[in-house]
Design a binder for this molecule. Structure first.
Ligand code: NAG
Length: 344
């Protein structure tokens, strides 16, 4: 469903008190290998390559739709956004569709291929065509600088009312991105992003949407890991990696956006692809691979990724020679986390 930092910690350490708090992190109960705040559940990390774990993952199809028609993304820029930040995020989104001017392998479009392996009951795959169909800048913070899950729906309702983009039930997904000065319910404490669908009573329609926040100021060590690392890790632990586009907050957001889009596309109404018996807390195709970016990842290690001449870390190429570091996705055929930068 979302980047549930909370759940990861509970699975690795049942002694953690509820709720996960800053104080809990400072205790010395953690083993070094559980330090990664985006660590997948221990059950999935026992094997370096994860295939030993596949028996434990019961990802099931629940008969609902997937996004099989070309996907129209409507972006709501909430708060204060700089043009270079917007361009970077849009370059990532526009790199998903394989085009004639394809980026070098391993590419974002190849990464999305894993997502397109998910089908609905008619056999239709998640679409490999993703485009930006509209944008709306809510730069006056229409619902304030502190949003709740419900007020996020009001932001969408407001946007479809005033923005030059339509109510697109069939192919649309609404992506709300909040700037670094906007606080969101559960942001940093439990989630870095989430996806759901709007309620007809709030918005007038059922529209799949995702929210992702810029954690650059509020909690980069949680939501922009591994470009920032928690203070308790310094001294013996891994040091922060250099972000591919020199923007810790936005580079961190991009992996979360990738995670949420993959889940939204394979489970838009939360009745298609997920693991676990509880639809209110589903484990989805991004959750299963959280914190994993390359071969050999797991147990707090992100896996083998690339570095450019300036030492910036990445695992995918995008349009206009952009580079991104994006987490892997659960592959239903391999029954393992997979990405195009795999070494085997
Ligand atoms: C559609 O999904 C099926 C099942 O995962 C897969 O075998 C097939 O290659 C996919 N087709 C496309 C066009 O991605």
């Amino acid at each position: 469903m979302a980047l549930f930092i909370l759940i990861c910690f509970f699975l690795v350490s049942s002694s953690l008190p509820l709720p996960y708090s800053a104080a809990a992190v400072e205790t010395n109960d953690f083993q070094p290998e559980v330090y990664n705040p985006k660590l997948p559940p221990r059950a999935l990390t026992s094997s370096k390559k994860f295939e030993g774990s596949s028996d434990l993952v019961h990802l099931r199809y629940h008969m609902g739709p997937v996004l099989s028609s070309p996907i129209n993304i409507y972006i709501i820029w909430y708060g204060k956004w700089a043009q270079p930040q917007k361009l970077l995020i849009k370059d990532f989104l526009l790199s998903i569709s394989a085009s004639h001017r394809a980026a070098a392998s391993p590419s974002v479009a190849e990464w999305w291929r894993t997502v397109s392996l998910y089908t609905d009951q008619t056999g239709a795959n998640v679409s490999r065509s993703v485009l930006i169909a509209g944008e709306y800048a809510d730069q006056r913070y229409s619902h304030g600088a502190q949003l709740t899950r419900l007020s996020i729906q009001q932001v969408i309702a407001n946007a479809v009312r005033v923005a030059p983009f339509p109510v697109d039930h069939k192919n649309g997904i609404y992506l709300i991105l909040t700037s670094e000065d906007v606080a969101v319910q559960d942001f940093c404490r439990a989630v870095c992003g989430f996806h759901y669908f709007t309620f007809p009573s709030m918005v007038g329609y059922t529209l799949p949407y995702a929210w992702v926040g810029n954690s650059g100021k509020q909690c980069p060590d949680v939501c922009a890991y591994p470009f920032a690392v928690p203070a308790y890790m310094t001294g013996g632990g891994p040091s922060a990696l250099s972000p591919p586009n020199r923007d810790v907050g936005i580079d961190g957001m991009i992996s979360v956006i990738g995670h949420e889009l993959a889940e939204l596309s394979s489970n838009p109404l939360v009745n298609a692809w997920y693991a676990g018996e509880d639809p209110t807390a589903p484990t989805e195709i991004g959750d299963l691979c959280e914190g994993l970016y390359g071969t050999g990842g797991g147990g707090g290690y992100i896996g083998q990724v690339m570095r450019d001449r300036e030492g910036r870390t990445f695992n995918l190429n995008g349009r206009r020679k952009r580079k991104f570091l994006v987490q892997w996705i659960w592959n239903p055929t391999l029954k393992a986390c997979a990405g195009p930068n795999a070494l085997d």
